[in-house]
Design a protein around this ligand. Structure first.
Ligand code: PLP
Length: 431
């Protein structure tokens, strides 16, 4: 039976019968699990059977979240991690490890720009930045023998620029390169990138997925369609002790042992097991509860974001509104292709005057909380140039549209008329 998104958001990945008939997934606060007998322990440790041994690698509460997210994204498997940045870093390192190169725009969340431009190079992974990730000619001109992946946000934070996934995936695959996307802003309810050809999807579950601003978390989801043994990824075809049985003289590589699940298995068995940015069962529980209302929350937030964006386009002192759902934006045709349910709850606006006016608007907003987060039930306001994108070099910041006069809004679940009235009074009082 093929179930709808709303049904899967509540039921997928969890079996009450296997959990003491608890209707809500319980929090398994257990560091380790009984291995049973010696034969079972050996089979578990060798990866020959599935089961729980130690919560750094897998935990039943976290497992339910992973299965639910994989179902909601249309992937073959998922690994939940301690934060969205752990998900971004693990995915990029797993693809680029051992001297690989990534192609990416600078129009990304600030810490991702810092990772790609400044930090991952310290680990031998370099990035070729492009001005426009939807310009296929520009992207193709950067592909070389060491290119392993293209990375971009499906809806960029905070510009809300939309990624044209389908042609980019085709281009990547024609060169044997993987497409890794950050789908945090739209959430799986608004967009499933795997359906359009993306290979790996990462999320900050801190945002819309958990939805109440109460838990940091991240996830990596594997679409299961990429051939990691195509010659570009030596780490997937090399023999690995951790998945082999040297006593029996059996040696395996990730690609040969796990086939189309090689990437997500490598994330769990190498990255989660050794770097250890594990998601706590408590946070996984909060995300599971949050997911149950994801469709309803996001639907209302999208409707409010659209109304607020439209209102702001004619508001005094607002010189530009960035919201791809507005009919006049150059990307409007991509909205129809990828976002029949709307582009999301994030928008940004540019105002006239100086940085002081921006400060007064932020300080004058009463309902909007001044919080560096998105996707919360509460509406949030922030000045990205000073907060969320502070670490991005000035040139890249400007290229990503993050000027000192930019304000980002994340629309919550309050009454939209109250939110509009709050913005109007804050802007009027700031000049
Ligand atoms: N990706 C995007 C698009 C984000 O907006 C963020 C955080 O704002 C992250 C990744 C990082 O997520 P986390 O804060 O959970 O590490």
């Amino acid at each position: 039976m093929s179930e709808s998104f709303q049904t899967q958001a509540i039921h997928a990945g969890y079996d009450p019968l296997a959990n003491g008939r608890a209707s809500v997934p319980p929090i398994y606060a257990s560091a380790a699990f009984d291995l049973g007998d010696a034969a079972r322990g050996d089979a578990l440790a060798g990866g020959d059977i599935d089961g729980f041994e130690y919560s750094r690698v897998a935990n039943p509460t976290v497992d339910a979240l992973e299965r639910r997210l994989a179902a909601l994204e249309g992937g073959i498997g998922a690994v939940a991690v301690g934060s969205g940045m752990a998900a971004v870093s693990y995915a990029l390192m797993c693809a680029g490890e051992g001297g690989g190169r990534i192609i990416a725009p600078t129009d990304l969340y600030g810490a991702s720009v810092d990772a790609l431009g400044d930090f991952l190079p310290q680990f031998g992974i370099h990035t070729d930045f492009v001005k426009d990730i939807n310009d296929l000619k520009e992207v193709e001109s950067k592909i070389g023998p060491d290119t392993r992946a293209i990375f971009a946000e499906t809806v960029a934070n905070p510009s809300t620029a939309i990624l044209d996934i389908e042609p980019l995936a085709k281009l990547a695959h024609s060169h044997g390169i993987a497409l890794i996307v950050d789908n945090t802003v739209p959430t799986p309810y608004l967009l499933n990138p795997v359906k359009f050809g993306a290979d790996i999807v990462v999320h900050s579950t801190t945002k819309g997925i958990t939805g109440h601003g109460n838990a940091i978390g991240g996830a990596i989801i594997d679409g299961g369609n990429f051939d990691w043994a195509n010659g570009r990824f030596p780490q997937f075809t090399a023999r690995q002790q951790v998945i082999s049985n040297d006593r029996a003289g059996e040696w395996h590589s990730f690609a040969e042992k796990f086939g189309n699940a090689a990437f997500i298995k490598r994330i769990r068995i190498k990255y989660l097991r050794t770097f250890g940015a594990v998601q706590s069962p408590f946070n996984a529980y909060l995300s599971l509860v949050g997911l149950e209302t994801l469709p309803q929350r996001v639907s209302q937030q999208v409707a409010s974001a659209q109304r607020i964006a439209e209102h702001l386009t004619s508001a005094p002192h607002v010189t530009k509104v960035n919201y791809s759902g507005l009919g006049y934006t150059p990307q409007y045709e991509l909205v129809g292709k990828y976002f029949p349910r709307g582009v999301g709850q994030i928008l940004s606006l540019q105002v006239d005057g100086s940085a002081n006016n921006v400060r007064r608007i932020i300080d004058g907003a009463k309902l909007f909380s001044y919080v560096p987060n998105i996707g919360d039930a509460r509406s949030l306001i922030v000045d990205p140039a000073h907060i969320t994108h502070r670490e991005v070099p000035a040139e890249a910041r400007i290229a990503a549209g993050v000027s000192d006069n930019l304000i980002r809004l994340s629309i919550g679940l309050e009454d939209v008329n109250d939110l509009i009235a709050d913005l109007d009074q804050a802007i009027a009082a700031a000049y």
